[in-house]
Design a protein around this ligand. Structure first.
Ligand code: ACO
Length: 330
């Protein structure tokens, strides 16, 4: 049973996806693949691709502005920006610094958080701690990826899976029944080699000889990752439900990270939820890593897919391996 009495909640939500759509038919012209293979193995039909002259921070600023407007706040009324991303504009300084400037949130502290696909949930857990510390009241949490920039467009194993996008929420302390009821998170650092961008950091700096080996791109042993994702997503969701003091039957809606339709459906089955209670938008956007859950929450609120008082379960798994789950009462 989760003992926490205090809760944080979303007071504003925003999202941004680039205009350019890359369909499976387009990909058939780039690599040896087919719409049938991509759809049946992953559930993806199309994905959004960021323009060449844009970076992750550009999407963050759009999504962040929308979340602030939704919360009825000006940029200088927030007191912290936490940005989850694995595709920063630069290794340093943090992408959050450009976002702070772009939003006009003058002198507001801002930092990046790296937890791959679990990044949005990790950032919410950190934001909760910051608010409970008493030092912060209104935090802008953004999760964004431009995975197209680190995709090897010659590798059919990975290039069909990913897309670009950003989601943002403003979080504040909740003084009613709604908000975050529990969280569960973890890492298995033994499995880092199964999914990573090997080059560009201090282990393998960007040098011509490394670029020739394609080490600047995302590398993934997809079928290995798949097995761990199915196991961990189900387990993490059940742990957070128990920590919230809820029964599985009291869960109203599931937001699983959108990496693969088969992982999403397996997680829904583990929670014994009917398909209409499991959020899916992977067909439109592919895997946008940490941006998938906030974009999912934005779209499902817009489309009225859940009601006030509903118990939502957010769950993610990604490189690291990281995983996290949150129970949130709407
Ligand atoms: N088109 C056609 N054939 C393909 C393609 C493609 N795009 N990609 C791979 N294949 C082939 C392979 O070469 C292989 O052929 P072979 O048997 O002749 O060698 C065959 O299809 C099967 O490959 P598998 O990798 O075993 O296929 P699988 O059913 O596992 O599906 C997939 C692959 C979609 C990648 C799946 O494993 C998956 O979704 N994994 C999880 C990804 C994930 O969850 N990532 C986590 C987060 S991502 C992040 O953190 C950024």
């Amino acid at each position: 049973m989760d003992k926490r009495k205090r809760k944080i909640k979303f007071s504003g939500i925003g999202m941004y996806v680039p205009e350019k759509i890359l369909t499976n038919a387009d990909l058939e012209k780039i690599v040896d693949t087919s719409d049938e293979w991509i759809t049946s193995r992953s559930g993806i039909k199309e994905r959004r691709i960021l323009e060449d002259d844009k970076a992750t921070s550009d999407m963050c600023i759009e999504a962040g502005r929308m979340a602030l407007q939704d919360a009825g706040l000006k940029a200088d009324e927030i007191d912290l920006i936490i940005l989850a991303t694995s595709t920063p504009d630069t290794i340093f300084p943090a992408t959050a610094c450009w976002v702070q400037k772009g939003l006009g949130a003058e002198y507001v502290p801002a930092f990046d958080l790296s937890a791959a696909c679990s990044g949005f949930l990790y950032a919410l857990i950190v934001a909760e701690g910051m608010i409970f510390s008493g030092n912060h009241k209104k935090i802008l949490v953004i999760a964004a990826e431009s995975l197209s920039k680190i995709t090897n467009w010659k590798d059919r194993n990975t290039c069909v899976l990913f897309g670009d996008g950003a989601g943002a929420v403003v979080v504040e302390e909740s003084f009613d029944e709604s908000g975050m009821l529990s969280h569960y998170w973890g890492v298995d650092g033994n499995l880092t080699d199964l999914l990573l961008q090997p080059g560009g950091g201090s282990r393998i700096p960007l040098r011509p000889e490394n670029i020739d080996q394609d080490l600047q791109y995302l590398h993934m042993k997809g079928n290995e990752v798949f097995k761990h994702a199915v196991k961990r997503m189900g387990e993490a969701a059940l742990e957070a439900i128990e920590l919230a003091g809820l029964k599985r039957s009291e869960v109203d809606y599931l937001f699983p990270h959108q990496a693969n339709i088969r992982i999403i459906e397996a997680t829904g089955r583990r929670l014994k939820l009917p398909p209409e209670k499991v959020f899916i938008n992977i067909h439109k956007y592919g895997n946008m890593s940490c941006a998938t859950i906030p974009i999912g929450i934005f779209e499902s609120r817009r489309d009225g897919l859940f009601e006030k008082g509903d118990n939502l379960v957010l769950v993610a798994f990604g490189a690291g391996f990281t995983w996290a789950s949150i129970v949130y009462r709407w």
